[in-house]
Design a protein around this ligand. Structure first.
Ligand code: SAM
Length: 249
């Protein structure tokens, strides 16, 4: 089942795919023909089965007949933002792709004291376009109903403008002190939305943690092992899926 996002609302039982990238993939790469079925997700996060009626190679359009699908949503039942300290290009691309697969709704990269990278103002837009494209491809591949939003904050302090109903710091020092219950307790309260901040390889500076604690971010440990900066958010997202999506029958 291939799935594509369309940036409009599907309102009729006929729809024309004219987005160049989707056209190229469906018609040229996969060489779909009349009668083949693909899936479309529109801006209202609805999934449609789309039967191809015509592939118009001249006008670069595909005409499809759509039918609302009853396949259940794949979205996590909690709205999750992961906020990661900026790191090298390949790592932030990896974080964007994998956290999309694992269900994050928003991915924030922020500059912090021990970040090894810093984005100059003039490159931010270009970098975000690239990361947003990675998020879109990963969301299509993992059959998400939304494309996570990717944001950049030039200061950790700006995280307080993006708060969720529950806000956490994955803090290595909490883990080292044996803190193993606050995350589990927090998730038992079924928060509507949760944001978790992750530090760089060098960790958080104590004054950054103080600032966030004062802004109502709770420091939590993620178990006894200290993970790489890009592993910790994946652990966190996996815990949410285990907690809210899996069950023993
Ligand atoms: N340099 C730090 C040290 O030696 O303690 C380790 C930083 S760790 C590589 C990078 C980030 O991952 C941390 O700032 C934290 O956000 C997160 N992290 C990794 N393991 C963690 C754990 N067990 N508990 C909480 N956070 C963790």
């Amino acid at each position: 089942m291939e799935q594509y996002f369309v940036n409009q609302k599907i309102e009729n039982d006929k729809f024309v795919i004219d987005d160049a990238e989707t056209f190229r993939h469906v018609a040229k790469v996969l060489r779909h023909k009349t009668g083949d079925v693909i899936y479309l997700v529109d801006v209202s996060e609805k999934l449609y089965a789309a039967t191809i009626e015509k592939v118009d190679l001249n006008q670069q359009k595909i005409i499809v007949r759509v039918e609302l699908s009853d396949i259940p949503s794949t979205e996590l039942p909690v709205d999750v933002t992961i906020a990661c300290s900026l790191s090298k290009k390949d790592k932030i691309e990896w974080i964007t792709q994998k956290s999309t697969e694992l269900g994050a709704k928003r991915i924030i990269f922020f500059n912090s004291k021990y970040s090894i990278m810093n984005w100059k103002k003039n490159v931010v837009e270009k970098k975000l376009v690239r990361l947003q494209e990675i998020a879109k491809n990963a969301a299509q591949q993992s059959k998400r109903r939304i494309i996570p939003e990717v944001l950049y904050l030039d200061s950790l302090k700006k995280l307080s403008d993006h708060k969720a109903s529950t806000n956490l710091i994955a803090y290595e020092e909490s883990a080292k002190q044996g803190e193993i219950s606050l995350l589990a307790q927090t998730l038992n309260q079924q928060p509507e939305s949760v944001l978790c901040a992750f530090g760089p390889e060098g960790g958080f500076a104590p004054d950054e943690v103080d600032f966030l604690n004062q802004a109502d971010f709770l420091s939590v440990g993620l178990g006894p092992r200290i993970m790489r900066a890009e592993t910790a958010p994946m652990y966190f997202l996996s815990v949410l899926s285990y907690k809210y999506e899996l069950t023993v029958k």
